[in-house]
Design a protein around this ligand. Structure first.
Ligand code: 5AD
Ligand code: SF4
Length: 451
């Protein structure tokens, strides 16, 4: 859970403005959506890191796993006291759980004033106005197939960060059988390249140095736009216009990882050498039940091609253990895959049954204790593999963007997306420096600035 405290909007007359506290659960796309909400509100609200000072509290939710949903309820419980003390406080629930539950949320938490699904967040100013006019308990959760992400409008938000996210497409048409995303974020919709370029330009003008393009499956970017554009061409255009940038993207579906996209890694100077390529399972039988539409052989062929095209590329992945029907031999195939590919980092999850998904109706559920055991096993295995991978960088010099720090302790990021801890003045934040890597740790590197 993150509070948006490092963006502040419209500070012409901060004392006259109301205060908004935004809490963000879940993925980077939600962080982007929270930023868009802050921007939409910036003529009337400043952001506050303190919920008790707020006139408006927004909780931007995630429903990818059941645990994320539970976090929302405990948070809403804690916020009830604030509403009791200050009845004019407005509380809004936005994002994926809002979409999933709609007006049912008012039954679970009567102190919530509005519920807005991911497509409805752009109506936030209008909904707040309706609440001002006396309307109560507003839920906007209609998903439409012809939704378009509006271009950013209004004053640019002042940002203290050096990295930012830019959503280039929203929604998903893949329907992996475990996944709730297509049900709560709707069908795939790509933003026109001109909106993306303008947004990047505005961020670069504010000093942003590292931009991650976001989408549930960025590789199918451009579908339905009616323009002569696809994802490799979008990357090429951004690279041409913003030569000083560090560019990244997530997430890629292995079935759509094309040769032209692989060629972008060695071909585009701005594109950082890191690819997050979720594999989910090492067993073809399970991949089929997950509706992933690739085989392990195909996945390994793509990895080989990527590594041949760009030998320094960092690979990371997502794994689900305990999917319905996952037998011991399927799980061992996942273990074997991790040993074969040797990712720098993995994000491993226990399967969590989600409403409306196909897998919720599958038989042969894996008992919870076995899911837990398998998760521990993959995490332990990856600890060893990840450390060995990170040790390859010891005694080398890596280019680091210094992202944050204070008290002479800095944190930077390599082009391959490794976090590096080092000492130095916080005046160096925003600089790209050569760093000598002294030591590898499990999820980070320790280094010192060269000269
Ligand atoms: N249970 C567990 N993990 C899931 N993910 C998506 N849906 C589920 C689920 N029902 C994981 C996938 C995906 C990542 C974002 O979350 O690994 O890549
Ligand atoms: Fe979910 Fe699959 Fe779409 Fe990713 S590609 S968002 S896992 S349905």
């Amino acid at each position: 859970m993150k509070s948006l405290i490092n963006t502040q909007g419209g500070i012409d007359a901060p004392n006259l403005l109301k205060k908004c506290h935004i809490i963000t659960f879940g993925c980077q796309m939600n962080e982007y959506d929270s930023w868009r909400m802050a921007q939409m509100l910036s003529r009337e609200y400043v952001l506050t890191p303190f919920p008790e000072d707020a006139d408006l509290i927004l909780i931007n939710t995630c429903s990818i796993r059941e645990k994320a949903e539970h976090k929302l309820y405990s948070l809403l419980g804690r916020l009830k006291g604030l509403k009791d003390k200050n009845p004019s406080l407005r509380i809004g629930v936005t994002g994926c759980v809002a979409q999933q539950l709609g007006s049912q949320l008012f039954k679970k938490a009567a102190h919530v004033d509005m519920v807005l699904g991911p497509q409805a967040i752009y109506s936030l100013p209008r909904v707040l106005e309706s609440l001002e006019q006396g309307k109560t308990r507003l839920a906007l959760t209609r998903l439409t197939d012809n939704f378009h992400i509006p271009a950013t409008a209004g004053p640019a938000l002042e940002r203290n960060d050096v990295r930012a996210f830019v959503t280039i497409m929203q929604g998903c048409d893949n329907f992996c059988t475990y996944c709730i995303v297509p049900h709560v974020r709707g069908r795939e919709t790509s933003r026109p390249p001109i909106d993306i370029i303008r947004e990047i330009e505005s961020l670069v003008n504010q000093g942003i140095k590292d931009i991650t393009l976001l989408g549930q499956n960025v590789n199918s970017y451009g579908k339905g736009l009616g323009e002569d554009i696809d994802f490799p061409r979008l990357l090429t255009e951004i690279d041409r216009r913003f030569p000083g940038l560090r560019l990244r993207f997530t997430t890629s579906h292995p079935k759509d990882l094309s040769d032209p996209l692989i060629e972008c890694f060695p071909g585009l100077k701005t594109l950082c050498e890191h690819l997050h390529l979720p594999v989910q399972s090492g067993s073809n039988r399970i991949l089929k039940r997950m509706n992933r539409k690739y085989s392990i052989e195909k996945y390994l062929e793509r990895v080989e091609k990527l590594r041949a095209a760009c030998p320094s590329i960092t690979l990371t992945t997502d794994i689900i253990v305990g999917f319905p029907g996952e037998a011991e031999e399927d799980f061992q195939a996942t273990v074997e895959l991790l040993e074969t590919v040797r990712f720098d980092q993995i994000f491993a999850f226990r399967y969590s049954e989600r409403p409306a998904t196909a897998a919720a109706g599958f038989g042969h559920k894996v008992p919870e204790e076995i899911r837990r055991e398998r998760l521990c096993q993959v995490i332990d295995l990856q600890k060893t593999i990840g450390l060995k991978q990170y040790q390859r960088y010891e005694n080398t010099v890596m280019e680091c963007l210094i992202e944050k720090g204070h008290n002479m302790k800095l944190q930077g990021r390599t082009r391959g997306n490794h976090v590096v801890n080092l000492s130095g003045s916080d005046q160096l934040i925003g600089e790209i420096l050569d760093v000598f890597i002294e030591k590898a740790c499990h999820h980070s590197l320790k280094g010192r600035i060269v000269n």
